[in-house]
Design a binder for this molecule. Structure first.
Ligand SMILES: [Fe+2]
Length: 220
């Protein structure tokens, strides 16, 4: 996300402070939504991307714009009041960006386990015994989300461990937990195609998970 840049201009011996910010936009994707079928339908992903993700794009841009105005006006209360909006929409924006990167068509390696020589592959086998076990744990976490939330497969940067964590709303994994893969457990992520049977969505999504992307992120 672009940071706010405060620029100072001198004009007629007065100093005018302005905030210039590049607005965030939907990320460019490396695949077409039809390429994720039949596991995730093009209609579902199109709705998810063009409507739901776009909502968070609009929301974070609006919140940051209001924050910049409040900051310029010295309105501390307004700045504080806006924090929840920034966290919600900023988290929604970032989590969805990682979600799209977590997916890949099978023609581009989606669903294929990472290279056996990768540190990520070795860490998963060492800790969990198999990727099937890791997936089972993630699916249990996904099914256990009450309401809206996410499950992240993360690298614990303190000890190199692979961890599965559950978050509510648009909270994200942060600090020593570096998210490698993001799995969306919001109803809007599956309802159009899977209706109320969300476990079928959580089962199907592994067919298009980009494990190689996770392995690269694990090393970065
Ligand atoms: Fe979503």
């Amino acid at each position: 996300m672009s940071a706010i840049r405060n620029n100072v201009f001198k004009l007629n011996n007065s100093v005018i402070r302005t905030s210039i910010r590049n607005k965030v936009t939907l990320p460019e994707l490396k695949y077409k939504f039809t390429d994720l079928e039949p596991f995730i339908s093009a209609d579902l992903n199109t709705l998810h991307y063009t409507k739901h993700h776009q909502t968070y794009v609009n929301g974070i841009n609006d919140a940051l714009e209001q924050h910049a105005a409040a900051k310029a006006a010295g309105d501390l209360k307004k700045c504080v009041d806006l924090q929840q909006n920034i966290k919600f929409h900023g988290g929604g924006y970032q989590n969805h960006c990682l979600y799209w990167e977590s997916l890949a068509p099978q023609s581009q390696g989606g669903g294929k386990l990472p290279n056996e020589n990768s540190a990520f592959y070795k860490a998963v086998i060492n800790q969990y015994g198999s990727f099937e076990k890791l997936i089972k744990i993630a699916n249990t976490q996904l099914a256990g989300v009450q309401g809206s939330g996410w499950v992240f497969i993360c690298k614990n940067t303190n000890n190199g461990a692979v961890e599965v964590v559950q978050r509510y709303n648009h909270e994200t994994a942060s600090g020593h937990l570096k998210p490698l893969l993001a799995l969306d457990a919001w109803e809007h992520a599956y309802y159009l195609q899977y209706k109320n049977v969300k476990v079928e969505f959580f089962s199907a999504i592994w067919n298009v998970i980009n494990w190689e992307f996770a392995a690269k992120k694990f090393d970065a």
